[in-house]
Design a protein around this ligand. Sequence first.
Ligand code: NAD
Length: 239
Amino acid sequence: MEKRALITGASRGIGRAIAIEFARAGYDLTLCCIRNIEGLENLAKDLTDTYKVKCVAYQADVSDPAAVRKLFDKIDPPSVLINNAGISYVGLVTDMSDEDWMKTINTNLSSVFYMCRAAIPHMLAEFSGKIINVSSVWGESGASMEVAYSASKGGLDAFTKALAKELAPSGISVNAVACGLIDTDMNSRLSDEELAEVVADIPADRIGKPAEVASVILSLAESTNYLTGQIIKVDGGWV
Ligand code: NAD
């Protein structure tokens, strides 16, 4: 099987850790992010030098269908698609603007539709492929002050399960990894005190590491296609 992965939101946090994990496992990589293209290009160069894989970086806003089409015009189609890019929004739902609502839903959910729609034809032709979505435990249980975020991830979970059924006859698996609290910039707004309060509720008694999420995603990519339609929690037993 081809070993070619496309990872969205790879400039930092979980996406960056996934890129490192897959390069180490010998995958050629297409990486994208929305802003820090210089940082992403440096990562791509490091991974190429260290692991002797082909690794290219693109700036692309995955919430924009035209940008996703343009990206796919430039790249070799992936055998593994990892939809990791996401944003959070914290605040009362009554304070949320139309723009912030749409931005959250488009970045976390519509982007996954655009990416899958572009990636699936090649996977169908190969009668194989893996789609792995990065979700959140809030997609199932919901979080106060994160209504739009929870709705986007709940939608992503349903998208994952439905698409898995649609693509299983074609040898393509679709799964999601639902993260708990992972140590990335996305959580930098939390004070040390707030962080300690959350950690007190996590049975594993600590925050998760991006590399831990990345290793679960790699094992999904290397697993049987009979494992499909699953939302796998990586949350230290939290939710
Ligand atoms: P992060 O903020 O550190 O990184 C987000 C990445 O997404 C960046 O590379 C950014 O460039 C990219 N991105 C954002 N909007 C984009 C767009 N429109 N187009 C292209 N790229 C875009 O976040 P993270 O913590 O690494 O989160 C990665 C994923 O994990 C997200 O989907 C997030 O919802 C999910 N998640 C994170 C946590 C956590 O505790 N960190 C918990 C649950 C789920």
